[in-house]
Design a protein around this ligand. Structure first.
Ligand code: SME
Length: 159
């Protein structure tokens, strides 16, 4: 497929629905984890202009920074720490409307105001998390949760 995204105007739901087949076409034929995660973050960044989109991978009981789009970020996050570490240990999607109100939030950038974290699960174990940050408060809702979860569940099947 051509490596150009078609980004439609419309509701967030319509944008996700338009992006899903494009993401699948872009990375579905590739099995390399780094390449696929890199393009996955690029699509979300380009389509929604999120402040930061990236993956952390579980390595030796820590989260270690993986492919991302956005400003430089914390390299390692301890188990159970921050939004990412909490999502990992609880194996749940976390939506944080105001990061300053989340106990233990790790501020890689003071510009980040709200966040969604989606765990990637294989054989019942979280092996990575997707983290998306916004410069606005309360950017993420159940629509993001639904579509980012769907995308991550699909991504897990090919990486
Ligand atoms: N805010 C995250 C840390 C990762 S950065 O936002 C990229 C957290 O509290 O886990």
């Amino acid at each position: 497929m051509s490596e150009e995204l078609s980004i439609i105007q419309g509701s967030k739901k319509e944008q996700y629905q338009s992006l899903i087949p494009q993401i699948k076409a872009l990375i579905g034929g590739e099995t390399d984890r780094i390449a696929n995660c890199a393009n996955f973050t690029a699509v979300l960044k380009e389509a929604f202009h999120f402040f930061w989109v990236g993956f952390y991978f579980v390595k030796e009981n820590e989260l270690v920074l993986g492919p991302f789009q956005g400003p430089i970020a914390c390299t390692r996050i301890q188990k159970g720490k921050g939004v990412c570490g909490t999502s990992w240990v609880n194996n749940e999607v976390l939506i944080v409307d105001d990061v300053d109100a989340f106990p233990g939030h790790i501020a890689c950038s003071s510009l980040s105001k709200s966040e969604i974290v989606v765990p990637l699960v294989k054989n019942g174990e979280v092996f990575a998390i997707l983290d998306v940050d916004s410069e606005e408060l309360a950017t993420f809702d159940d629509i993001d949760k639904q579509y980012l979860t769907e995308l991550c569940e699909w991504l897990v099947t090919i990486i």
